[in-house]
Ligand binder design. Structure first.
Ligand SMILES: C[S@@+](CC[C@H](N)C(=O)[O-])C[C@H]1O[C@@H](n2cnc3c(N)ncnc32)[C@H](O)[C@@H]1O
Ligand code: SF4
Ligand code: SF4
Length: 418
């Protein structure tokens, strides 16, 4: 039986923990072979994907919740994904969906986002395109030649949804032995060349397909994170540009800058060994992970607790099951978890449920970022971008064909500084 939680900052405020985020591994199929993929072993089981009829039961029993985070496998490999998202929008009132993709199936991706914008008008869609480094580095890490395809996909997403504030355009980069030396250059180039809303940098975690790709230490990760922190002031400007109300704009910008830095600090603290987040991890209380074959978990980093089909796909029964209660007990009631990790999704969800800690983290996150901006100010110019393209042997002819580079006009002429 679960004991009463003690020492929770959330309890002190008096809010209620309930299901907020469902992470759905949509399929076990993938068209890439990434060296760092944490899901390779699961996909290698080659189990059947959970049928849509069973996902429908999950949706119908879950009640209302906020966020649907897709994963996989490659989500664009699941033919009926738009219907599944629409189901959660209509039945559960989700406000946010995160759609990570390697963007190889670009046509389908664009078509689906367009469809969802019409069928789910109030849904904020974060399209998170995986881009792991310059040209050959990206391809080596991804096990497939796809750098120019993913870059062109970003350009097409911009053409279709660049002015649509309901579509958040993200680039996701995972640090490994392959790209570690070029990460700061890559962050500069991505910011300069693509009209994206944000760029998330995660450290490879979990059980990777290829051994030995996780090479970061706290020191090396902090060095990278300190260098890239000022870019979040620039991305905050882009995010804020779509908000006309001055007060709302200032709040959103400082929330974003503070949150990115806070998460990066927690990640650095946990890269070598589990170290307390100094707030509860709410895995299993506010989050449910459903694997592509129906196994379920409290969090992505821990073992499955059963299969949703053993509970007739009833989310209430799953969340209140003895298996889930025991798992929350095993995690250690959040605030004394014994499994602290680097996973951004759970940090973000947990921050939401620990408001006191949130305020202090956001405050210090903003302060640190402003200080780092004085130490490592960002300067981007067309000349710098071209130098990077030459250094990393980028085929500029291809970028030009895809409209990422333009003929003289429209190039970044002036230095862009935070
Ligand atoms: C499992 S993938 C599924 C979506 C899609 N196939 C893709 O790669 O974008 C979801 C996200 O996890 C990232 N990822 C893969 N392996 C990882 C690892 N070992 N640690 C952290 N993130 C990882 C991917 O780069 C991607 O951003
Ligand atoms: S990270 Fe994504 S694209 Fe790469 S192998 Fe894993 S699921 Fe496939
Ligand atoms: S700290 Fe990490 S591994 Fe532990 S329960 Fe939370 S998300 Fe899972």
């Amino acid at each position: 039986m679960t004991k009463k939680r003690k020492g929770s900052s959330f309890n002190a405020i008096g809010g209620k923990r309930e299901l907020e985020t469902v992470i759905l591994f949509t399929t076990g199929k993938c068209n890439a072979k990434c060296a760092m993929c944490f899901y390779a072993d699961d996909m290698a089981k080659k189990n059947e994907d959970l049928p849509t009829s069973e996902i429908k039961k999950l949706s119908e029993s879950a009640g209302s919740f906020k966020r649907l985070l897709l994963s996989g496998g490659e989500p664009t490999m699941r033919e009926d994904l738009p219907e599944i998202i629409e189901m959660f929008y209509n039945n559960n009132g989700i406000t946010d969906v995160n759609f990570p993709t390697n963007a190889i199936k670009t046509d389908r991706l664009i078509e689906w986002i367009g469809r969802l914008r019409k069928s789910c008008p109030d849904l904020i869609i974060t399209v998170s395109v995986s881009l792991d480094g310059f040209g050959d580095t990206h391809d080596a890490q991804r096990g497939i030649v796809s750098f120019y395809t993913a870059a062109a996909a970003l350009k097409r997403i911009d053409e279709h949804f660049g002015n649509d504030s309901m579509v958040i355009k993200n680039v996701a980069t995972i640090i490994t032995k392959y790209n570690v030396k070029e990460i700061t250059d890559f962050v500069t180039w991505v910011y300069g060349r693509f009209n994206i809303s944000t760029h998330t940098i995660e450290a490879a975690r979990g059980n990777t397909r290829e051994a030995g790709v996780k090479i970061l230490t706290e020191k090396s990760l902090r060095e990278i994170q300190d260098r890239i922190a000022p870019y979040y002031l620039l991305y905050a400007k882009r995010i804020g540009a779509g908000i006309s109300n001055f007060i709302k704009r200032s709040i959103v910008k400082s929330f974003y800058v503070g949150l990115m830095r806070a998460m990066y600090n927690l990640r650095a603290k946990n890269i070598e060994k589990p170290t307390s987040w100094e707030m509860d991890c709410t895995a299993g209380e506010t989050t449910l992970v459903v694997d592509y074959d129906g196994r379920f978990r409290a969090c992505e980093m821990r073992e499955p607790l059963g299969n949703v089909m053993d509970y007739n796909c009833d989310v209430q029964a799953i969340m209140n099951s003895e298996a889930m209660k025991k798992e929350i007990e095993a995690i250690g009631y959040g605030y004394k978890a014994n499994c602290w990790c680097t996973h951004g999704c759970w940090m973000m969800t947990s921050i939401n449920f620990n408001p006191r800690r949130m305020i202090s983290m956001l405050r210090s996150g903003n302060k640190e970022t402003k200080k780092l901006n004085e130490e490592f100010p960002v300067v981007i110019s067309e000349e710098i971008l071209q130098r990077l393209e030459a250094k990393y042997r980028i085929d500029t002819r291809k970028l030009r064909q895809d409209g990422i580079l333009k003929d003289s006009d429209g190039q970044l002429k002036k230095a862009d500084v935070a």
